[in-house]
Design a protein around this ligand. Structure first.
Ligand SMILES: Cc1cc2nc3c(=O)[nH]c(=O)nc-3n(C[C@H](O)[C@H](O)[C@H](O)COP(=O)(O)O)c2cc1C
Length: 306
């Protein structure tokens, strides 16, 4: 095997110089040299993203990218047909559309634990989402017991109790707003009452208004090096939401958890998440204890064709 760059190995005995890899390389680092594909070493102008497009396109299977773990597309809870699905073939759109339209945020869960194998397979599917410059710098922290979820819920509740206390202070709110810091005033106008009410329900009715009784949560974060951390995390979350539905699981994104963890970094410390990481998405999940009768519509979106 011939080493042509730190990231890409091209087997000269297999390469047929067809140029397929060169055509799909997003970084333009591949070229033909002596009738063999060659990857230029990384420079500040162009570097290999390790995206695997060259490897996927090579008809001779001559390319290897050691950074790409082949185990990530081997799943435990289902068998994957590893043949690449060309656009417009194999999977009827109406099946995918039915999945997309049927996924709903779940706010009632059974207490049955979610199998670690399913959580692992969901994370493997999450990382097939696109990521800015293919940085894949996401992290996944799984809370797998109700006790863990409740523990995080308590820390988040404490955060919002403190925030509500601050927001009750008119003088503080108004003087901050006067200096351009309008976040607290905005929070008071839009969220204070509903958060107060939710916290009261949590105490008096023992109702989990934060994670909705979910027995598991996946926190999706980013480690340093990510170019678009928030976008990457939410795209990964999107894969999880859809795939979870096919596995019989309900899910709900919990923005309130993310807001609390962004503002109070000690919450992630309690979970052993390093300070260098930032949490961008929290997905509550579990077996649903609610059913829907139909697919409903959406608000009319603003669409422009030009
Ligand atoms: C970024 C984001 C944050 C959200 N945060 C919460 C949350 O904290 N609690 C909750 O119950 N639902 C939350 N949701 C779910 C939305 O309320 C839900 O997606 C929306 O009402 C549409 O319903 P559907 O997901 O069933 O289609 C969140 C959704 C998104 C996209």
């Amino acid at each position: 095997m011939h080493l042509t760059s730190a990231s890409v190995f091209i087997d000269p005995a297999r390469c047929s110089a067809c140029g397929a890899c060169i055509r799909v390389c997003p970084s333009d680092i591949l070229s033909l040299e002596n009738s063999i594909a060659h990857a230029a070493p990384d420079t500040n102008i162009a570097r290999c993203l390790q995206c695997g497009h060259c490897m996927a396109a090579c008809p001779e299977n001559a390319i290897t990218i050691p950074a790409l773990d082949p185990n990530l597309h081997h799943f435990t809870t289902f068998a994957l047909d590893h043949a690449w699905l060309p656009p417009g073939s194999g999977l009827p759109t109406h099946n995918l559309a039915r999945l997309i339209c049927s996924r709903r945020s779940c706010r009632h869960y059974k207490q049955t634990p979610v199998e670690k194998e399913k959580l692992t397979d969901l994370i493997k599917l999450a990382v097939f989402a696109p990521s800015g410059t293919n940085s894949q710098a996401w992290t996944f922290t799984c809370l797998t017991t109700r006790a863990e979820v409740l523990g995080l819920g308590q820390s988040i509740k404490t955060f919002f109790e403190r925030l509500n206390k601050k927001a009750e202070n008119v003088l503080l709110r108004k003087s901050l707003a006067l200096f351009g810091a309008k976040t607290l005033d905005h929070y008071y106008t839009n969220y204070y009452e509903s958060v107060k009410n939710a916290m009261k329900q949590m105490e008096t009715e023992n109702r989990d208004r934060l994670f909705h009784g979910a027995p598991a949560v996946i926190l999706i974060g980013s480690s340093p090096g990510s170019t678009c951390p928030k976008e990457d995390a939410l795209l990964a979350a999107g894969n999880i939401l859809l795939a979870a539905h096919t596995m019989g699981l309900g899910t709900c994104l919990i923005g309130f958890a993310v807001a609390a963890m962004e503002s109070d970094r000690s919450i992630q410390k309690e979970l052993g998440i390093p300070e260098s990481e930032t949490i961008h998405a929290a997905v509550a999940l579990g077996y649903p204890d609610e059913t829907f009768q139909r697919i409903t519509g959406r608000k009319q979106p603003s669409i422009r064709f030009r």
